[in-house]
Design a protein around this ligand. Structure first.
Ligand code: NAD
Length: 300
């Protein structure tokens, strides 16, 4: 039987933490790391290899960029990261160039590959990767607001004293400053959040702000974020490899706006298999349109 292969382009903090999460979760047989900094990449491969005997994966190796294009899943986490106080959109010029170079060099891409974009600004770069590659749009997706949604669930879980996994909530739109929570569709154990007495209307605004600010807070303290995103990306790979049909908010192409932003998606072996029509109230519809408008400006 053919074994599964995942390549990670960009063996920095996000790329290597994702590799480690994939190994610990026993998701793939072979991991290929690629970075323009070949010495660092070699060191990361050697270090990760020391953990192999505790994991299901049989191989971690360094690779050339065209090798990466043949994997079952290609994760792109290469490029500049935010400096303290810097927004994700400020990375656009530099990382657009990095993404274009990478997509060009991994061609011809395995026609069955799923590409996961992680590099920021992730919505804009997912859109560009879709335009530049030869793959159908459903096979190129961005981690989008999956991480922001986990942050939201964590904050709500503490407030309500319930498990994060029992919360059904979505941050939608841009993985960035125009994101918003779809409060009207948020449920805990099937009960609408808005009917919980422990949460009032003022709390909603501060929870949304705390969620949005979380990345800035982490970067101000330690320079970068990687554990949360690595766990999200490993979960996405698991959903693809095991064809789980997991419902998660991911950056996907939305024809109505002609851009990529996060909506609830069904994630399986074919990548994004459905975009679910989440009910939004008038205010949320406006926020979605605003987020789309900001992203469209950035793209054009
Ligand atoms: P990092 O600086 O630690 O690593 C980036 C790596 O990319 C470096 O090792 C660099 O050598 C490599 N690289 C640069 N250009 C390359 C190219 N053309 N080909 C191959 N490798 C190349 O940065 P990081 O903290 O790992 O962050 C990586 C990206 O992930 C950033 O854009 C960051 O903003 C983004 N990020 C996204 C999310 C999310 O939720 N989507 C979360 C955290 C970080």
């Amino acid at each position: 039987m053919k074994h599964s292969k995942i390549s990670i382009i960009g063996a920095g903090a996000v790329g290597t933490t994702t590799a480690y999460a994939l190994m610990l979760k026993n998701i793939t047989a072979e991991l290929i790391l690629v970075d323009i900094d070949e010495i660092r990449c070699k060191g990361e491969v050697l270090d990760l290899s020391d953990a192999l005997s505790f994991c299901g994966a049989s191989k971690v190796r360094g690779g050339k960029i065209n090798d990466a294009g043949q994997a079952d899943i290609i994760i792109i986490a290469a490029g500049a990261r935010q400096k303290p106080g810097q927004s994700r959109v400020e990375l656009v010029k530099k990382n657009q160039q990095v993404t274009a170079e990478i997509i060009q060099s991994i061609k011809p891409i395995n026609p069955n590959s799923i590409i996961i974009m992680v590099t920021n600004p992730v919505d804009v770069l997912t859109y560009h990767a879709q335009k530049l590659s030869s793959l159908p749009r459903n096979q190129i997706l961005g981690s989008g607001t999956f991480l922001d949604t986990q942050r939201l669930c964590g904050i709500l879980a503490k407030k309500l004293n319930v498990a994060e996994q029992s919360i059904n909530a979505f941050i939608l739109g841009e993985h960035g400053d125009t994101q918003f929570p779809a409060w009207s569709s948020t449920h805990i154990g099937g009960i609408p959040l808005l009917s919980f007495k422990k949460i009032n209307i003022n709390d909603l605004e501060s929870i949304a702000t705390e969620t949005k600010k979380r990345a800035y807070d982490i970067i101000a303290c330690k320079g970068s974020t990687y554990f949360g995103i690595a766990s999200c990306v490993a979960t996405m790979c698991e959903a693809i490899i095991f064809d789980q049909k997991l419902v998660v908010p991911l950056s996907c192409y939305v024809p109505q706006f002609d851009i990529c932003l996060s909506m609830p998606c069904v994630l399986g072996e074919n990548g994004i298999e459905q975009i679910l029509p989440i009910p939004l109230n008038d205010n949320e519809q406006k926020k979605l349109a605003h987020s789309a408008q900001q992203l469209r400006k950035l793209i054009s």
